[in-house]
Ligand binder design. Structure first.
Ligand SMILES: [Zn+2]
Length: 82
């Protein structure tokens, strides 16, 4: 067992850490890592800043941005019709 998790470990488990679903021993290791590592602490701040923070919100969007933009444009065009 590693004494402290690596940046990769922390970033992999950051969602579970933020949700409080990790065992205490893992949480302590990650907490110490976050005190020492600005990069991972920044990831945590970014994660907590997400609106409606949840695991699902971290999943990649189901469509490419250009596809979504095209769909939005079509909806807006439809709404503008009398
Ligand atoms: Zn780190």
């Amino acid at each position: 067992m590693k004494l402290l998790p690596t940046c990769h470990d922390v970033q992999t488990e950051l969602t579970e850490y933020a949700e409080g679903s990790l065992p205490l021993s893992r949480r302590i290791g990650i907490w110490i890592h976050l005190l020492l590592c600005r990069v991972c602490a920044g990831f945590l701040r970014g994660l907590e800043a997400l609106p409606g923070f949840a695991k699902a919100s971290l999943a990649p969007p189901p469509t490419a941005p250009e596809v979504a933009a095209e769909a939005l444009a079509r909806v807006q065009a439809t709404l503008r019709k009398p």
